[in-house]
Design a protein around this ligand. Structure first.
Ligand SMILES: Cc1ncc(COP(=O)(O)O)c(C=O)c1O
Length: 456
């Protein structure tokens, strides 16, 4: 590592506090500084090239060098660099994007509301749900259920929805009215001999018990990612969404599909909602909506949600919520162009087809000594790393083996991400079969190297 006092590495350590980073350890190891992007590749400051097998943060669907997005941003920046949508104002990009999202939704939706990040969108969804309950004269109906291992962001409300310990510890979270039900990871959580269908039935029963214990008239909504991402890529077991939705319907509980990772092709359909036959009342979108070239997020709400909100805003005089940059014209223009590229280049079909190849390569590694399970759908997947397949016990602390393999893989030119001992893969939607082979050849080599180190 460059230790020149004035180097970017030294200045990073001196001035920059990183997200999701051990701040003390960072002072020892310093940053990996990425300077350039090209298709599915990125290059660091020393000129080393990597395959970005996580699309950055599950987000750069069209790859790291899409000129059409640069042009769309430049055009809009020159025409109208900023305007907002407060107090009846608007601008063409946000109107076009709202229309596009509502009309492309796989289930009936009524309106789009814009925010700047997945966290803000989930936070806003929660506020809308509370506002709606008040509008409907059900002030007691405020509890929200999400899942252990679910990820919905980091603001006070969305971190509360997130079901991961390090998003709660020392932050005094979760807040009141947020409850977590069981995680749907069959390999880890199923009882011996329990089929996926039986496991799903048990999880739906767990949910129903929780609702009954809390009082059904106090539960307003359920938040879930069609496929869990940051919790370690947990694909729902067979029958899961069907059974969960039956319980929600029975007790008149809204469903929020957090499509922040799954949306715009990741699971082989435009939305995870389609892949798993979900009927959400709210869809939350971000990341691949603009391939993260600019920050933008959106919520689609159906009439069941919109109508009471509209009435309540009329009663109060305004819907007292909105962000300065929500629906930013440059970000909206980039999102529209990005969605056009996804459609024109059939990137959803590519996710399905090349995704099938990626799942085959993942499955081919299931027999490796360090791999306990592989899982995934289309262009999202993970392998669970263990040293003892029978007991599924971690190698020392949870995350030690994941960190080891992830580090070796990075040296071997592939950027992945370990969530504990789950090593995730979520490459750009533009990837081809040969590039998938490059990733998994490197993964295989890295697993072998890690196995030698573990043995030693
Ligand atoms: C499913 C899901 N929801 C919400 C978020 C939060 O998004 P952001 O980091 O933009 O706040 C993420 C981020 O990874 C996510 O994966």
């Amino acid at each position: 590592m460059d230790t020149q006092p004035n180097s970017p590495e030294a200045r990073d350590k001196k001035y920059h506090m990183h997200a999701y980073t051990n701040a003390r350890r960072h002072q020892e190891v310093g940053p990996l500084i990425i300077e350039k992007g090209d298709g599915i590749y990125v290059e660091d400051i020393s000129g080393k090239r990597y395959i970005e097998a996580m699309s950055g943060l599950w987000s750069v669907g069209v790859g790291f060098s899409e000129k059409r997005l640069v042009d769309a941003a430049t055009r809009q920046m020159a025409k109208l660099p900023f305007y907002h949508n407060f107090t009846h104002k608007g601008h063409s990009p946000v109107i076009d994007l709202a229309e596009k999202l509502v009309t492309m939704a796989p289930v009936p939706m009524s309106k789009a509301f814009f925010t700047n990040s997945g966290s803000e969108a989930n936070d806003t969804a929660m506020k809308m749900i509370w506002y709606r309950s008040n509008a409907l004269g059900q002030p007691q109906k405020k509890k929200i259920i999400s899942r252990k291992r679910g990820y919905h962001g980091v603001t006070i409300a969305s971190a509360s929805l997130t079901g991961l310990p390090y998003n709660h510890m020392s932050f005094d979270l979760p807040i009141a009215n947020v409850l977590h039900t069981s995680s749907p990871h069959h390999w880890r959580e199923a009882q011996p001999g329990e089929t996926e269908q039986q496991f799903s039935t048990r999880l739906a029963d767990d949910l129903e018990k929780l609702i009954l214990a809390e009082g059904p008239d106090t539960v307003a909504a359920f938040f879930g990612e069609p496929v869990m991402g940051a919790g370690g890529v947990v694909v729902p077991p067979a029958g899961y969404w069907e059974k969960i939705q039956a319980v929600l319907k029975k007790y008149d509980i809204l469903l929020v599909a957090d499509e922040v990772i799954c949306g715009f092709g990741r699971t082989g359909n435009m939305f995870g909602t389609e892949t798993y036959a979900m009927q959400p009342d709210i869809m939350v979108m971000s990341k691949q909506i603009s391939s993260s070239y600019l920050p933008i997020s959106a919520m689609l709400v159906n009439d069941r949600v919109f109508d009471p909100l509209a009435d309540e805003s009329n009663r109060i005089g305004t819907f007292g919520h909105g962000f300065t940059a929500g629906g930013h014209p440059v970000a909206a223009a980039v999102a529209l162009e990005n969605i056009a590229i996804i459609e024109e280049r059939n990137l959803v079909a590519n996710a399905r087809e090349v995704g099938a190849h990626m799942q085959k390569r993942l499955a081919g590694l299931a027999a490796h000594d360090l791999v306990g399970e592989v899982r995934g759908v289309a262009l999202i997947g993970a392998m669970e790393l263990v040293t003892d397949k029978a007991t599924k016990a971690p190698w020392g602390n949870v995350g030690a083996l994941g960190g080891l393999v992830n580090g070796i893989l990075q040296q071997n030119g592939v950027i992945s991400r370990n969530m504990g001992d789950s090593l995730a893969f979520c490459p750009p939607l533009i990837i081809n079969d040969k590039q998938v082979d490059d990733i998994f050849d490197a993964v295989e080599k890295s697993l072998d190297e890690a196995a030698r180190q573990v043995k030693a």
